[in-house]
Design a protein around this ligand. Structure first.
Ligand code: DAH
Length: 350
C-alpha cells in the first residue's frame, strides 16, 4: 500500500513541474485533492486493510495530502508572481526625471462663475439644489402661474418631447419642487427656505451674438415670515459685489413675470464706464442682469405654502450673461463653441 502513496507522490511531482498557468494548477488540484481525486481514492482503498495497516496507511495518505496542498499553494504564489512580473515588463518605460506636461484642461467660464455664486450663497445660508433638464409643463409653466395659452409662454418656446415633457426654459421650473421639499421644515421648524438652483435652460431661439438656444441661469428663492424687497436687494447686492470683487450699485425697475408680484428688473451700474454711459450700456449707465420679485401667492400655494402666512422673493440670475460680463466675452456663441482656444484662457483668478 505504501507504494501507492509513493506512486501518487511521484506522478503529482511530475505533473506539477509541467504546470505553467494558474488555470492548469487548479485542474491539477481537482485531479488530486478533489472528491474523486487520486488522493481521495487512496482513502477508499483502505476499507480492505486491517486496523493496524489502516493506521499507518491513513497517516501516510494524510502526509501526502498535506504535501500536495502545500506544494499547490507554493506554486500558486510563484505563478501569480510570474504574472505580475510579465505584466510589469509590458508596461511602457518612463523617465521619472522628465519635466511634467503642464498643458492641463481648464474649467468653462460658466462653471467658474456658477461655482463662485454657489460659494457666496452657501456662505449666506442657502442650499444648492440640483434639478433635471427635462421637466413637465406643470413645473415649467402651470405651477408658476402661467396657464395654458398664456401669452407669457410665447417668449419661451422650447423643445418638446413626444411624451409631453420639455427641456426647461427657465430655472424657475424648479421652484415648485423646492417649495414642496422644504415646506414642512418651514412650517414645523420655522426654518426659512433659502435655496439656489443653477442649471442649463433651452429656448427655441434664432441665435446671434446675444442669444443662444442653450444657456445657464441660477434661480434663487427665500421664503419666510416678514420677508421684504429690502432683503432681496441686500442679497443681490452682496452677491454681485462678491462676484465682481467691488461694490456694485443696483437699481430696481418694474418688470412683468407672472410668478412674481411685484416683479422687477434688477440693473447694475455699468462696469465698463462706471455708470457714466458708454456703448456697452447703451449710454444709460446701467446693465440689466437679474429679473426678480416677490413670489406670487398662487405660486406659493401651488408649492403647498400658505401665502397668508409666508412670503418670499425669487430671482433668476443670468449666469451666462454674468460670465460674459465678468470675462468680457462679446459673443455668447463662443461659450458653446467647444473651442479650446477660446475657452482655456479663463482661470479662476481672472
Ligand atoms: N425665469 C425668468 C426668465 O427666464 C426670470 C425670472 C424672473 C426669474 C423673475 C425669477 C423672477 O425668479 O423672480 O425669464
Amino acid at each position: 500500500m505504501a507504494d501507492k502513496t509513493f506512486e501518487v507522490r511521484e506522478s503529482f511531482a511530475k505533473a506539477l513541474a509541467e504546470v505553467s498557468a494558474l488555470t492548469d494548477l487548479d485542474k491539477l488540484r481537482v485531479e488530486y485533492l478533489g472528491k474523486k481525486g487520486l488522493v481521495t481514492d487512496l482513502m477508499k482503498d483502505m476499507k480492505s486493510l486491517s486496523i493496524e495497516e489502516k493506521k499507518t496507511f491513513g497517516q501516510a495518505v494524510n502526509v501526502l495530502k498535506d504535501e500536495i496542498t502545500e506544494a499547490i499553494a507554493a506554486k500558486q504564489e510563484e505563478l501569480k508572481q510570474r504574472e505580475i512580473e510579465l505584466e510589469n515588463s509590458r508596461m511602457p518605460e518612463f523617465d521619472i526625471t522628465m519635466p511634467a506636461d503642464l498643458a492641463r484642461g481648464s474649467y468653462h467660464p460658466i462653471t467658474l462663475v456658477q461655482r463662485q455664486c454657489e460659494e457666496i450663497f452657501k456662505s449666506m445660508g442657502f442650499t444648492v439644489e440640483d434639478y433635471s433638464e427635462v421637466v413637465t409643463d406643470y413645473e415649467c409653466f402651470e405651477s408658476l402661474n402661467i396657464p395654458k395659452n398664456h401669452p407669457a409662454r410665447d417668449m419661451q418656446d422650447t423643445y418638446y418631447l413626444d411624451n409631453g415633457q420639455l427641456l426647461k426654459t427657465q430655472t424657475s421650473a424648479a421652484q415648485n419642487a423646492i417649495y414642496k421639499k422644504y415646506k414642512d421644515q418651514l412650517v414645523n421648524e420655522g426654518k426659512a427656505i433659502k435655496a439656489i438652483f443653477p442649471g442649463r435652460c433651452f429656448r427655441n431661439e434664432a441665435t446671434d451674438a446675444c442669444h443662444e438656444n442653450t444657456f445657464f441661469q441660477m434661480e434663487g428663492v427665500m421664503v419666510d415670515r416678514n420677508i421684504s424687497i429690502s432683503n432681496l436687494i441686500f442679497f443681490m447686492k452682496t452677491m454681485l459685489s462678491e462676484v465682481f470683487r467691488k461694490d456694485i450699485k443696483v437699481r430696481l425697475r418694474p418688470g412683468f413675470f407672472p410668478f412674481v408680484e411685484p416683479g422687477f428688473e434688477l440693473d447694475i451700474s455699468c462696469l465698463i464706464c462706471g455708470g457714466e454711459g458708454c456703448p456697452s450700456c447703451k449710454h444709460s449707465g446701467w446693465l440689466e442682469l437679474c429679473p426678480c420679485g416677490m413670489i406670487h401667492p398662487e405660486v406659493l400655494s401651488a408649492g403647498g405654502i400658505d401665502p397668508e402666512e409666508y412670503i418670499g422673493f425669487a430671482f433668476g440670475l443670468g449666469l451666462t450673461r454674468l460670465a460674459m460680463m465678468k470675462y468680457g466675452v462679446k459673443d455668447i456663441r463662443d461659450l458653446n463653441s467647444g473651442s479650446l482656444k477660446c475657452l482655456d484662457q479663463f482661470t479662476d483668478d481672472k
